[in-house]
Design a protein. Sequence first.
Length: 390
Amino acid sequence: MNNSIKISTYVDFGSTINVIWKHITWDEKGGTLDVAAVDTYLNYYFQQIRKAGQSQIFLSFAQLCNLENYATKNYDSVTCPPPPVQDPIGCTLKNTKGIAIAGFSSTQDLLDYFIDRAKTNGLPVILAFGGLSADDLCFKVLQEPTDTYSDKASQLVTAITNYGFSGVDFDIEDANALIQPNDSTQATIFDFFQEVKAQLTQKSLTSSISLTTELSANWRSTFKDLFPDVNSINLMAYSDTQYYLDPTPCGKTLGYSIQEWLEASNLPAAAFRIGFDDGIPYENASANGGACSHNISTGSTSGQAAAQIFTELLQNQPELQAFWWPAWDTARYQPDPTTGVPTNIVSQTMIDFYTALTSQTQSHSIHKKPSSGAFLKWILFILRNFFKQK
């Protein structure tokens, strides 16, 4: 396998923190976290992620609500009405304020604890916002008339720094996501991304934006001015007609090929992560949507087929990365009642993908072509053996 290929995965922090919550005991003095039990849970959780070849976590928060609270790590002002709560993670951090966590100070919370354990297991964590339906008020950057993009960018960067995130990711699949409530266009949102990029760059952190190709050409034209303000793009095709990217347009100009996105963004291939959805049957030819023809081996599992698709992309663009969008099912985060560990945190599809990718990238020789020196050595080797036979 090309050792430079990195696989990332999205993780739902809300589902994770709900499991951690169950390991808090309460008395008149406050709460105490059963660190031994949660360490057992999280260590297995992270080890399974590593087993699937994944080396980075996108920690999904969905909403952008209460950035000022995440910046100050003070959640007293977060409102927690009956469900559905706008900021369930903020509410949990508010309700667990000051709990005793062995090895952590009283000013640190469950989010600090999770990130620390992830890093201990060799997994950097990127803060992720957004989603397909991220278009209500809680996904807007500016929620109050007095809010400014500069202030919000500063709050976001402060939160990233204080918690030790490795960067930030915005999944803005919906055309109205992240726009100021009173704005009718996306124009002013560019100011926010420019400010975030500038402040993160000063701190040597990375900023990335996640897009889908469902809106294809419209997305490329609408957000083309945004590309210079991001370092990387998470790109996943997810529509009723096609569920993965093709190497080239194959006679079409629908925005479903990596070639089109490279040309539209002017970003290098290394800046792109190609996404795969845990719930898509990639072995099924109908998922192709009538675009490029892919040579999926008969009898392949979904993960093996996904690896074959990705390997074809790597033939022309060997610096591409990959990421997984897991099935958004809270049950996968639940621990086994006997062992206390989450046995379904990583699917067999993800493991098959990594295992197949390891063998396929070796057999398809996607590494860089040998240097002229290596080629000459090969010619000399052939000639020596030829004359030995004379």
